[in-house]
Structures are given as structure tokens and as C-alpha cells.
Write a protein that binds this ligand. Structure first.
Ligand code: C2E
Ligand code: MG
Ligand code: MG
Length: 570
């Protein structure tokens, strides 16, 4: 009686069944757990209660030992509650067919729905991105791996799209992280809206998203269509708490199919990543299909980028200084700071080999800040050592530097920290930058101008400037590109053009500076054309500080001597 009472009051459902699962006895808790009164169950087959999807598996467990010894076993499956919902249960099965008191299989069944839900939540967290609810990298990689296994079997292409937002950092920085998160969520919504249910969208971290197309279509055609459609959804602005924000993205696509199989999910993802970089390079807000040849280029860039980051950390950059000369008198009026990278293995790397990539990767920002600070400090030192000369310091700024509003503060800081007279600092900006986004350039130049610095247009003549817009820039100096100076003595068109540029400068009240003077005949010609300033190998190459100081010292001594001589002749 005691045991009967225990069974009756157990919170588990205790049942005794025949080997074919016909229920002979069910305890009262069947009502609480399954919704059935014990009498309703008795005589029915328990198998009918098992959720159809789990039936085969659960039955093989429940009946497996029917013939055998008194084994105990435990399994999990779903059963259908009387109200039609499925619930997760766990059943302990004991074979007591041979026990004369029972002569049946005893099933001890307990509701584990809550535990299951918790487990599911945990595994969801482990495989999904917290912010957007999309798959995370781990789940995405797993899905891609499975898709690739399937692809080798059925030959249907598998495509991966790799998407990176173009200006997410700006949005985060200007509107705050909460707004940034809001944008990610909204974007995830649009992304999912563009996909079929079989496709997987994932957030891989930061502003990187990925999409797996299980049926990548013919040679990526469908994948490209999907990419195009995703980019289209970004043409509409996002509403972040009343602020309209446009997000642009670059997408790389890689496809695995019988013509171009890939070895692993990693490889497919890497290829899409490489293609994404190429898309960014090609002008952003576009998509790009992966091509094997991209690998080498991308690899070299990645290496260079990593090396550049190391160079920043290890102080491998140096500034060289090239004197600017007053052409008719030979006086040194200033210097231009030109960066050099001293790589411990490769030696000196010239700026054109790394500045473009530094621009693209954003590394130009820390590098540029360092250049400004270093050049201003050195200029202050030169001003002290050679007080009589009133030397100017020219610093080059690239497109990306000008595009950032912070540049104004950075210049101000460099001036304050070094104590340099702002009038002695010249900021050089290449012509192409100004044409690219003129209103932005003009605005920024005006802001810089308020600091009291001088501004120069560098490489003038290489872009497509028209008189009209040169006039709109608040600049002081026009640096005439070396390509003009090269042909200045040849007569004809070349020298006529150079003469015109120099004249243009004086009409606009700008000081022309001739770049890249290498020969004495060029110098003569330029003096005749009334070009007062210039720099070039004829006078000096860009020099390290000690050599520059030797040169200036010598120069000062020579001038003193010349003055003394002139005095004596008087
Ligand atoms: P740039 O500002 O037009 O600098 C003039 C370039 O011409 C320098 O090359 C200089 O060494 C070279 N040069 C000067 N005189 C002669 C000459 O008589 N003959 C020849 N053949 N070349 C001459 P460099 O130092 O290789 O710099 C190349 C460019 O890299 C610069 O052009 C500038 O746009 C950029 N750059 C250099 N340093 C920096 C920097 O600190 N920041 C940024 N953003 N860009 C820089
Ligand atoms: Mg320059
Ligand atoms: Mg130049």
C-alpha cells in the first residue's frame, strides 16, 4: 500500500505498458503532465501520444528491451499533450516483464520542457549574435560547411556574400553606440527581408555581415542579384530616433560549384572577404565577385597593412626634409617634410609605396597625426637654431586626413604642443583631393585657415582644375607639378603651359613653387618666368635632420661670407 501511495502521488507519470506500448496502468499525475485522466489512457497505445517526428526514435527505445533483461534506460522526446501542444519529456524505462508482480515495462516520465527551453536559449546564445539575433560566426561557418558537403554531392552551387558597412565608424562616433546598434538591428531586418528562408544571414562581428545562399545559382548570377538587391535596400535611409542615416556597404561574393570547388568553409569565407576588399577599393557601395587572381594582390596588401601597423607601434617612420629655395637668390626659405619608412628588413620604403594603402585602411590617421606633431616640433627647433632665416615647414595632408573634421583640432594641437608660429606652417593638399568633394574641401580649408596656417595646392596641373575653382579655394601657394618643370626648357607647348600656370598663380595672388628642379637650365628658365620659389634635386634631396642642419649651417655661413664680401666691395 505504501508503494501504491508513492506511485499515485509521484510527480512523474508512472505507467506500466505491454511490449507494444499498450498502457495497462497510468498514475494520476498523467492528468497534470499530459492532460489525460488515467482511465482515458489505459488500453491505449502510448506510441500514439508520441510526437510524429520523434515516434520512430522513441519507440525503438521504449520497446528495444522489451524482450531482454531488466535494463534501465533514459531518453528524451516529445509527446503530444491533450490540448494538442508538444512537450518535452524524459522517460526512464525499466523492463519488469519477468517480475511476477508487475509483468510489464515501467515508464517513468517527467516533463522537461523548462529545462529544454533553457538549454535552447543557451545554445541560441552560443550561436547567435546578441544584438541582431542573426547567426553568429560559429553557426555560419557550420552552415557553410554543411552546404559544401551537400554541394559536392549534388553539384548545386553554394555562394557566400560578405558585407561590410562603409562608414559605420563615422555613424558610431557621431551618433553614439546605441544608435549604431539600432542601425545594425534595422539593417539585419532588411537583410533577412531580402533572403529566402533557406538562406542564412549572419553578423560576423562589428559591421560585418555574411549571407549563405544554399543555391548560389549559375556562376554566381543569383548571388550577384541578391547582392544587388541588398545594396538597393540601403538606398532608403534608416531612421535612428528621428535622425535619417544612410548606410552604404561593400559586398564580396564567392561561389563554390563544380567548376570552382573550394576545400573548406574557411576558404570560401576568405575568398568572399578578399572580394569584399576589392569592392571597397573599387569605390565602395558595390559588390564584387571573387577571382583567384585577387588573392595575391590581397595577400600582399594584408601583409603590408600588418607591417604598417607594426611600423606605427615600433616607431619606424622618419621625416626627411627637402629645402625650398628662393630661386633668384638661392636663399633657403623653408623645408617640406616627406615621410620615409625604415623597415628593419626591407630598408627605406618611399611614401608612394605605402601612403595610398595607409589612406585606404585608415592607418593614415595615426601616421598623419605623428607627421604633424613631429614636423611642427622640428620646425620649432629650426626656428630657434636658425632664427634669422624665418624657415617655413610644409606638411603633406592626404584626402582621408582632410575628410575628417578632427584634422582641425589635430593641427591646432600640433601647433600648441610645439609652440610653432602658425604662420610658419604650410599644409599641402593635392589637387585631386579638392576636386573630389569640392564643398567639403573648401569648408575644411576655411576652418584650417582660421588657425593662421598657410595652405598650398600640391601637384598642381595633374588634376583637372579649372580657373574657376582654384579661385574658390582659400589657398596661398600653388606647387607646380614636376611634369611641367620637366619640359620647361623644351620650348613649345610645355614651357608655354608652365608659363601660363605661373602667371595664373600671380593673377590669383598665389605664390608659385616649382617642384622637381633637376638642372641649371630649368632654374634659369624659371627665374626668367618669374617663378620665385622652387625645390628639387638641383639644390638638395630630401635629407635626414642632421644633414639638413649641416646644409643650412653651411648656407648661413656662405651668406655671411657673401654679405661680408659685399660690404667690403661697397
Ligand atoms: P609631393 O608632396 O609632391 O613631394 C614631392 C616629391 O617629389 C617627393 O617624393 C620628393 O622626394 C620628390 N622630388 C623632389 N625634388 C625632386 C627632383 O628634383 N626630382 C625628382 N625626381 N623628384 C623630386 P617623395 O618623398 O617620394 O614623396 C612622394 C609623395 O608622397 C609626396 O609628393 C606626397 O604627396 C606624399 N607624401 C610624402 N610624405 C607624406 C606625408 O607625410 N603625408 C602624406 N599624406 N603624404 C606624404
Ligand atoms: Mg608636397
Ligand atoms: Mg608635389
Amino acid at each position: 500500500m505504501r508503494f501504491a501511495s508513492l506511485v499515485k502521488n509521484s510527480s512523474d507519470v508512472v505507467m506500466v505498458t505491454e511490449p507494444d506500448t499498450t498502457i495497462r496502468y497510468a498514475s494520476p499525475s498523467a492528468h497534470r503532465v499530459l492532460g489525460f485522466e488515467p482511465e482515458e489512457l489505459e488500453g491505449r497505445r502510448f506510441a500514439e501520444l508520441i510526437a510524429p517526428d520523434d515516434r520512430t526514435r522513441a519507440l525503438s527505445f521504449l520497446t528495444a528491451m522489451a524482450e531482454g533483461e531488466g535494463h534501465v534506460g533514459l531518453t528524451e522526446y516529445r509527446v503530444r499533450h491533450r490540448d494538442g501542444t508538444d512537450l518535452f519529456v524524459e522517460t526512464l524505462r525499466t523492463n519488469l516483464l519477468k517480475d511476477p508482480n508487475v509483468k510489464g515495462i515501467v515508464l517513468n516520465t517527467r516533463d522537461i520542457s523548462e529545462r529544454k527551453q533553457f538549454e535552447e536559449q543557451l545554445s541560441h546564445q552560443a550561436f547567435h549574435d546578441q544584438i541582431t539575433g542573426l547567426a553568429n560566426r560559429a553557426l555560419f561557418q557550420d552552415r557553410v560547411s554543411h552546404a559544401l558537403v551537400r554541394q559536392t554531392r549534388d553539384g548545386n552551387p553554394v555562394a557566400v556574400l560578405f558585407m561590410d558597412l562603409d562608414d559605420f565608424k563615422t555613424i558610431n562616433d557621431s551618433l553614439g553606440h546605441a544608435a549604431g546598434d539600432q542601425l545594425l538591428v534595422a539593417l539585419a531586418g532588411r537583410l533577412v527581408g531580402r533572403l529566402r528562408t533557406a538562406d542564412t544571414a549572419a553578423r560576423l562581428g562589428g559591421d560585418e555581415f555574411a549571407v549563405l545562399l544554399e543555391d548560389g545559382g549559375d556562376e554566381g548570377m543569383t548571388a550577384a542579384d541578391v547582392a544587388g538587391r541588398i545594396l538597393e535596400t540601403l538606398e532608403e535611409p534608416f531612421d535612428l530616433d528621428g535622425t535619417e542615416v544612410y548606410a552604404r556597404a561593400s559586398i564580396g561574393i564567392s561561389v563554390a560549384d563544380p567548376q570552382s570547388p573550394v576545400g573548406s568553409a574557411d576558404e570560401l569565407l576568405r575568398n568572399a572577404d578578399v572580394a569584399m576588399y576589392m569592392a571597397k577599393e573599387g569605390g565602395k557601395a558595390r559588390y564584387q565577385l571573387f577571382e583567384p587572381a585577387m588573392h595575391d594582390t590581397a595577400l600582399r596588401r594584408l601583409e603590408l597593412r600588418a607591417a604598417m601597423q607594426r611600423a606605427i607601434d615600433h616607431d619606424e617612420f622618419r621625416l626627411f626634409y627637402q629645402p625650398v629655395i628662393e630661386l633668384p637668390t638661392g636663399k633657403i626659405t623653408g623645408v617640406e617634410a616627406l615621410i620615409r619608412w625604415f623597415d628593419p628588413e626591407k630598408g627605406i620604403i618611399p611614401p608612394l609605396d605605402f601612403i595610398p594603402l595607409a589612406e585606404e585602411t585608415g592607418l593614415i590617421v595615426p601616421i598623419g597625426r605623428w607627421v604633424l606633431m613631429e614636423a611642427c616640433k622640428y620646425a620649432a627647433r629650426l626656428a630657434e637654431t636658425f632664427a634669422a632665416l624665418d624657415l617655413h615647414m610644409a606638411v603633406n595632408l592626404s584626402a582621408r586626413q582632410i575628410a575628417r573634421p578632427e584634422i582641425v583640432d589635430e593641427v591646432r594641437e600640433a601647433l600648441t604642443a610645439s609652440g610653432l608660429d602658425p604662420g610658419k606652417l604650410v599644409l599641402e593638399i593635392t589637387e585631386s583631393v579638392m576636386i573630389h568633394d569640392m564643398d567639403l574641401a573648401i569648408g575644411r580649408l576655411k576652418e584650417l585657415k582660421t588657425l593662421g596656417v598657410q595652405l598650398a595646392i600640391d601637384d598642381f596641373g595633374t588634376g583637372y582644375s579649372s580657373l574657376n575653382y582654384v579661385r574658390r579655394f582659400p589657398v596661398d601657394i600653388l606647387k607646380v607639378d614636376k611634369s611641367f618643370i620637366d619640359g620647361v626648357t623644351e620650348g613649345g607647348e610645355s614651357s608655354a603651359l608652365t608659363a601660363a600656370v605661373i602667371e595664373l598663380a600671380s593673377i590669383l595672388n598665389l605664390k608659385p613653387v616649382a617642384e622637381g628642379i633637376e638642372r641649371a637650365d630649368q632654374l634659369e628658365q624659371l627665374i626668367a618666368m618669374k617663378c620665385d620659389l622652387g625645390q628639387g634635386f638641383l639644390f638638395a634631396k630630401p635629407l635626414p635632420t642632421d644633414e639638413l642642419e649641416d646644409l643650412v649651417t653651411e648656407h648661413v655661413a656662405m651668406r655671411l661670407e657673401a654679405d661680408a664680401l659685399a660690404d667690403r666691395l661697397d
